[in-house]
Write a protein that binds this ligand. Structure first.
Ligand code: CA
Ligand code: CA
Ligand code: CA
Length: 292
């Protein structure tokens, strides 16, 4: 006699349960993972220049951008502005909350040797601002400024940290340079830099209707006032005379492919006013409790 094991036919409720579990598993598998953010463009701008009278955006150099790992430094990667490197920016796409980005999401180092891992911390930025949606393709554009003359004749390394706020997949490293008065943008300061300016001024003066005005991308306008004048020449001569016989030079290094993340102590950024306020309220509440 053969025996046959009959399996109970699943109930309607059982089918529904299995159906819902399948739908949930499918949903978990198919929900697209959050896309990482991406830094699209980098900028240098001439903060506190004649071009900056309305906005930092107007003072962005159209011909400068950051040096990135693997690239060798060239004139595209440094300015010769007499106030030093005092404005950098970048566009980032995909940020959930641009307003949450703070100075604690960056590390800034400065130096002029070929090994950025040996550079010390740079002067702290004076400001960080975001123009939401104003970057390339509707990305968010960030602006960072430094005090005038705080970063001169050297490189700034900007590390944008990969964390929950920036949502970057990996740390991003950028290098921005400055060599005050380097008219021919060859990375060294020499008599030729002042001679080129003198020749230019003489050539303009010889024109029937001398026009000393110029545009933002002109490397001869050292003070970025929009004109080529003896003031620019004077800045170059002063830079040359600062250390006679050993004028400043910028190391046109090749940025390492795998930069080392700064491992030293990073000073805490100044707490936001709201944090200070919360702290004060907390302290008051504690005192009130103690008095009770
Ligand atoms: Ca400004
Ligand atoms: Ca030069
Ligand atoms: Ca000028």
């Amino acid at each position: 006699m053969s025996s046959c094991i009959m399996r109970d036919k699943p109930s309607k409720a059982g089918y529904m349960k299995k159906y819902f579990i399948a739908v949930i598993i499918l949903g978990i598998c198919c929900v697209p993972k959050a896309e990482a953010t991406l830094i699209l463009d980098t900028y240098m701008f001439y903060n506190n220049s004649a071009y900056d009278s309305l906005s930092d955006e107007d003072a962005i150099s159209p011909v400068k951008q950051a040096l990135v790992p693997g690239q060798t430094a060239s004139s595209s990667h440094f300015t010769n502005y007499y106030k030093g490197l005092n404005g950098v920016g970048f566009d980032i796409v995909g940020l959930s909350d641009p307003s949450a980005v703070s100075l604690s999401d960056f590390i800034f180092q400065a130096g002029n040797s070929a090994d950025p891992s040996a550079w010390g911390l740079a002067p702290a930025p004076a400001s960080l601002a975001v123009d939401v949606g104003a970057g390339t393709g509707g990305s968010d554009r960030f602006y960072l400024t430094w005090a005038d003359h705080a970063i001169e004749n050297q490189w700034l390394q900007m590390t944008v940290l990969a964390n929950a706020t920036t949502e970057l997949a990996a740390h991003n490293f950028y290098y921005f340079g400055n060599l005050v008065g380097d008219v021919n943008e060859d990375g060294t300061l020499a008599a030729i830099d002042s001679l080129l300016l003198i020749n230019r001024i003489n050539a303009i003066a010889a024109e029937a209707s001398p026009d000393y005005s110029t545009d933002i991308s002109d490397p001869m306008d050292i003070n970025k006032d929009g004109y080529i004048t003896p003031s620019d020449t004077l800045i170059v001569i002063n830079s040359l005379n600062q250390n006679p016989g050993n004028p400043p030079a910028l190391n046109l290094f090749t940025a390492p492919f795998n930069p080392v993340l700064y491992s030293g102590d990073i000073p805490n950024p100044i707490p936001e006013p709201s944090t200070l306020l919360l702290f004060a309220v907390g302290m008051l509440a504690t005192f009130a409790k103690i008095k009770e």
